[in-house]
Design a protein around this ligand. Structure first.
Ligand code: PMP
Length: 285
């Protein structure tokens, strides 16, 4: 991803893609003082753009730093990047971090806060799983307690166990992994929230120790519009056996049907297909 033509917005201006570099003593690189967003632009419009920019500010606040650009400035910068690269349909990645500067220990209050925004063309996150249902592994890593880490920030540090889980899953031929939380309840996938269907009703984990995704909230709204009952609650591992359908939600994942989690199988049923197709229409509307 580093050596190519294109433009990246960095600290207020567009730079050449291949020159968008940071110093090796960047605090964020050593201590994970970094937060980011993943967004999708459809036909020239970023879906829920403002919510993503607001979440970026919120995440930075959770990590004790302030982004030196307002939400409005971030909104304008995202459009500038898309225009500069000629993208109408693209994934947008904003990232903010503590840079290199006065401090090279754990503390970093005197180091500058940096912001960069890149965009690239990124198709279906799970490839053809979109049609036939993704196969998920069950991760050995547990989502940590909100008393252990700022669980609701979209912060780089939270992704260490996600990368480990996803590598283990891919080594077993799976597209992703489902993670339990520190109490043993079903939590989410490594970069997407999870939903289950049983007897025409929907069950999804209460996001009390992980990201309450923007896609998740959109899909819950779509289900409520259809008068489908949605239970946001703690889900026990034993319950997986009784669920009939399952899907993942996320900006990159969009709505992806799940066919298998470990030894449990799910059908790509009518409600899953309806929600996946309606989400596609909504984001392009
Ligand atoms: N959980 C994790 C760990 C994620 O990385 C993402 C993707 N941002 C989500 C959930 C879904 O969030 P959203 O729908 O806001 O993209």
């Amino acid at each position: 991803y580093d050596d190519r033509d294109g433009k990246i917005w960095m600290d207020g201006k567009l730079v050449e893609w291949r020159d968008a570099n940071v110093h090796i003593l960047t605090h964020g690189l050593h201590y994970a003082s970094s937060v980011f967003e993943g967004e999708r632009c459809y036909n020239g419009k970023i879906f829920e753009s403002r919510k993503h920019s607001e979440r970026l500010h919120y995440s930075a606040g959770q990590l004790d730093f302030e982004i030196p650009y307002t939400v409005d400035e971030i909104e304008a910068a995202k459009m500038e990047v898309l225009r500069a690269n000629g993208f109408e349909n693209a994934y947008v990645r904003a990232v903010a971090w503590r840079g290199a500067g006065e401090d090279m220990g754990v503390a970093s209050a005197r180091n500058p806060v940096r912001l960069a925004i890149a965009a690239w063309e990124w198709g279906a996150y799970y490839g053809d799983a979109k049609m036939k249902g993704a196969k998920l592994d069950i991760s050995k890593w547990k989502r940590p307690s909100p008393e252990t880490i700022p669980s609701h920030a979209k912060a780089a540090g939270l992704y260490m166990i996600c990368t480990l889980s996803k590598h283990a899953a891919e080594a077993k031929g799976c597209s992703d992994a489902m993670m339990f939380d520190y109490r043993g309840y079903v939590a989410e996938a490594t970069g997407a929230n999870i939903f289950f269907v049983k007897d025409g009703e929907v069950h999804t984990p209460d996001p009390d120790c992980f990201l309450n995704g923007i896609t998740r909230q959109t899909v819950i709204g779509m289900l409520k519009d259809r008068q489908v009952k949605v239970h946001e609650r703690h889900i026990m591992p034993e319950e997986l056996e009784g669920f009939e359908q399952c899907w993942l939600t996320g900006t990159a994942a969009e709505v992806t049907p799940v066919g298998q989690i470990g030894d449990y199988n799910f059908e790509v049923g009518a409600l899953t297909r309806d929600i996946a197709e309606s989400y596609e229409k909504l984001v392009r509307a």
